[in-house]
Design a protein around this ligand. Structure first.
Ligand SMILES: Cc1cc2nc3c(=O)[nH]c(=O)nc-3n(C[C@H](O)[C@H](O)[C@H](O)COP(=O)(O)OP(=O)(O)OC[C@H]3O[C@@H](n4cnc5c(N)ncnc54)[C@H](O)[C@@H]3O)c2cc1C
Ligand code: FES
Length: 269
């Protein structure tokens, strides 16, 4: 079930430079949303900016969902200025979330930068449903871009920090940190971040025989499967079609079906 609702902003706090957490009162969406799904958020009244912006659910509670977001351009800048009590149109929950399979002995979450935004809800689901505390790799360019470490520790997760400049944790890329943790065939690895980071991290996971799920991003217009604006190439053909829609078939995919070579990494943030 998906909804298009006017939701009240309960909180909207800056948690790091240009990165915010917004909590929305959205009981209907919270009731059906699962970790890895997302919503499309209206960022202003009127027709401009025209398109809603996609944001995944950071946390899902009984009456609220929260999103963790980085100010990238006009839409997210407008979001960051909304005050508690304001209301905005939210469409969701959308897309396919993370599969939860308790048979894996190790669950390893690998987050690159703001890609962490989808993972607190997943870690909570793994703790609740599998009684498993995932290992977490938080990777970012620099110390001030590492988010949610305390939240994961409060859930009992072991957190490994990797920064490009060595300002916190170890001076490693996410993929190198994953290699250090030695995933195996009994592991499931969950990855979200810049495309190049997801490609290299998935390669490490799959080479080790681990199962690997990735949460992809793409520019989205409708968020609902109609416009084909968000397609990426897959390796497998379904009904004569190799393209998959990130909004409807994903955003979470089995990494092995994504044709990473076909993606133009130069386009990434
Ligand atoms: C399924 C999904 C879930 C997402 N979840 C989150 C989240 O939880 N937190 C978060 O901070 N961001 C998330 N994003 C990215 C977020 O939607 C974009 O950063 C946002 O739409 C940018 O809007 P803007 O108006 O501020 O910037 P714009 O002015 O539209 O664009 C500014 C810059 O951001 C790039 N950009 C715009 N949209 C996207 C996009 N969808 N993916 C990648 N780059 C983009 C543009 O190319 C441009 O360089 C998600 C994207 C998708 C597809
Ligand atoms: S955003 Fe329209 S099909 Fe995915």
């Amino acid at each position: 079930m998906r909804y298009l609702l006017e939701c009240d902003v309960a909180e909207n706090e800056e948690v790091a430079p240009d990165q915010y957490r917004m909590r929305l009162h959205a009981p209907e969406i919270a009731r059906t949303a699962v970790a890895g799904q997302f919503c499309m958020m209206q960022v202003a009244e009127g027709l401009y900016p025209f398109l809603r912006r996609p944001m995944c659910f950071e946390r899902i509670t009984r009456d609220h969902v929260s999103i963790l977001y980085k100010v990238e351009g006009e839409g997210t800048s407008l979001l960051s200025k909304m005050r508690p009590g304001a209301s905005l149109g939210v469409q969701g929950p959308l897309g396919k979330g993370f599969l939860i399979d308790c048979k894996f002995e190790r669950h390893i979450i690998v987050a690159g930068g703001i890609g962490v935004a989808t993972f607190p809800a997943l870690a909570e689901a793994l703790v609740r449903k599998c009684d498993a505390t995932p290992e977490i790799i938080l990777a970012a360019r620099s110390k001030h871009l590492i988010l949610c470490a305390d939240e994961f520790r409060a859930m009992g997760c072991k957190v490994h920090i990797a920064t490009d400049d060595g300002s916190a944790g170890e001076k490693l890329y996410a993929s190198q940190m994953l290699a250090k943790l030695k995933p195996g065939a009994n592991s499931r690895v969950y990855v979200c971040g810049p495309m190049i980071m997801m490609k290299t991290t998935s390669e490490v996971a799959m080479a080790a025989g681990a199962d690997c799920l990735v949460s992809l991003e793409a520019q989205m217009a409708c968020g609902d499967g109609a416009c084909l604006g968000c397609v990426v190439e897959s390796k497998s053909e379904q009904d004569g079609e190799k393209m998959v829609r990130v909004c409807l078939d994903g955003p979470v995919f089995d990494s092995s079906i994504i044709d990473w070579e076909a993606h133009n990494m130069a386009y990434d943030r």
